[in-house]
Design a protein around this ligand. Structure first.
Ligand code: SDX
Length: 435
């Protein structure tokens, strides 16, 4: 197969042969770097719908087939056979760990999971009813004020240390964001709990009673965290890469990613799905009314948890979480309201998938459509859903950030634009301006 494409600018009659790049998996790519130099032409692709910003060895999605691989391993096998901490090692290091490697990594992450005590005052600076995502963005950014003795991002050991520190401390920051917002005393990780057990312990244990994490809740959260760990160059990961490309410190770059994830078009969709289902359940309108609103371009209403930039088939994570949803709703003492939300979600999915508008646009449930119902069932409150997503995605962000520097020739990200403003004009003194 030829490894070149030819671009001809008919305005000038000039042509250029551009090299194509053969990926391990996925669509072939055109290296357009010579385009501006040789033909003076820029490419235009708002939202990067057909533009690769980097090469990566970490995660691969097949949007047509609905497949997701972490370092080559299918997500379905990882949720069945791996753990979140093992998946963190896999994403960060590129291979499944030996027993000794996993034990050492788990121990290092546990040791790093404590926060400096002065950071408690940082939480206390927020209003008690602050959204936990607002607290998380602020506290993660503040880590750069507390942990700054290995900030040389060009040192691979420093980068690995920062990555482990962030993965470890995110669980404590997430749990403490919840504790502070609910007026509860801060809790500490335990040496005899794994990553997910410790998070649930820090979220829900009270000094006044013994708390043992429910094994079904631990299993459910492991699956949710593995499913959310990484996902190629999504908006928040691209934000982390772009922020990090200026050689900003890792904590500031991750804080930027948290901010991007918070949006309802991205990681904030899990919270938006529940709010949508609750609105539909409280309304006296039939489901079809909301399906019609979702199809109406003049109406801002969207079917939250539906559609995806890459998946034009069922999101494999949605399939996993849909199955888990049934297990958790049956296995936990889920409230009648949450059971009704699941029934409503299943009906909504069925109506949408039979509708021409959704079929034509290949709009399927994505990772956010069922995750919220699972989290409600294991006692996670609505405003903590995106915090959990950020906690899980931190390992993806730091793995991609680390990879960006790893190949030795990272460049600062600086996209071009199509300028459509006014042409040059002279300054107008006030007295000459229109009244
Ligand atoms: C995540 O990128 C990632 O990998 C993200 C993520 C990750 O793990 O990092 O997978 C996590 O963010 C999942 C997505 C969560 N967001 C939502 O569930 C919000 C609802 N979904 C939509 O906002 C939308 O589907 C997006 C943002 C997810 C994708 O938007 P695109 O790719 O820009 O698609 P588009 O807006 O161009 O839509 C194409 C058509 C349009 O209709 P037409 O102009 O052709 O008439 O599909 C329609 C859209 O109006 N459409 C929807 C819809 N999503 C797309 N119509 C109704 N409801 C929807 N949800």
């Amino acid at each position: 197969m030829s490894n070149r494409v030819t671009i001809t600018d008919h305005a000038t009659g000039k042509s250029i042969d551009l090299e194509t790049i053969e990926p391990t998996l996925g669509a072939r790519l055109i290296d357009i770097q010579p385009l501006f130099r040789e033909l003076g032409l820029l490419t235009y692709d708002p939202g990067f719908t057909a533009t690769a910003s980097c090469s990566s060895t970490i995660t691969y999605l097949d949007g047509a087939k609905g497949e997701l691989l972490y370092r080559g391993y299918p997500i379905e096998q990882l949720v069945e056979q791996s753990s979140f901490i093992e998946t963190c090692f896999l994403l960060l290091c590129g291979h499944l760990p030996s027993k000794a490697e996993l034990d050492q990594f788990s121990s290092e992450v546990l040791q790093e999971s404590l926060l400096q005590e002065e950071m408690k005052r940082f939480f206390e600076g927020f209003r008690p009813n602050a959204h936990p995502m607002a607290i998380m963005v602020g506290v993660v950014g503040a880590l750069s004020a507390f942990y700054h003795d290995f900030q040389d991002i060009h040192d691979p050991q420093n980068r690995k240390h920062s990555a482990k520190l962030l993965v470890a401390k995110m669980a404590t920051i997430a749990a403490w964001s919840y504790r502070y917002a609910n007026g509860l005393p801060f809790t500490y990780p335990r040496g005899d709990y794994n990553y997910v057990e410790n998070f649930l312990h820090m979220m829900f244990s009270l000094p006044t009673n013994d708390y043992t994490p429910n094994p079904l809740a631990v299993r459910a959260l492991e699956v949710i965290m593995i499913s959310h760990a990484d996902h190629e160059q999504n908006a928040s990961t691209s934000t982390v890469r772009l922020a990090g490309s200026s050689e900003a410190n890792p904590f500031a770059s991750i804080a930027a990613g948290i901010g991007s994830l918070w949006g309802p078009a991205h990681g904030g969709a899990n919270e938006a799905v529940i709010r949508m289902l609750e609105e539909i359940r409280a309304s006296d309108q039939p489901l079809e009314h909301y399906i019609e609103r979702a199809k109406d371009r003049k109406d801002r209403f969207r079917l939250m948890g539906f559609g995806h930039r890459i998946y034009k088939n069922y999101d494999p994570r949605a399939k996993i979480l849909r199955k888990l949803c049934h297990e958790v709703v049956e296995g936990c003492k889920t409230t009648k309201e949450t059971q009704e939300l699941l029934e409503l979600a299943l009906r909504l999915e069925q109506v949408a998938l039979e509708d021409e508008y959704f079929k034509q646009r290949k709009l399927y449930p994505n990772v956010d459509f069922y995750s919220g119902i699972i989290m409600l069932s294991i006692g996670i409150p609505l405003n903590m859903f995106t915090v959990i997503f950020a906690m899980a995605r931190t390992v993806g962000w730091v793995s991609q950030w680390n990879e960006m520097f790893g190949d030795g020739h990272s460049k600062i990200g600086r996209p071009r634009q199509c300028y459509t403003g006014v042409e040059e004009r002279d300054y107008l003194p006030m007295k000459q301006r229109k009244k």
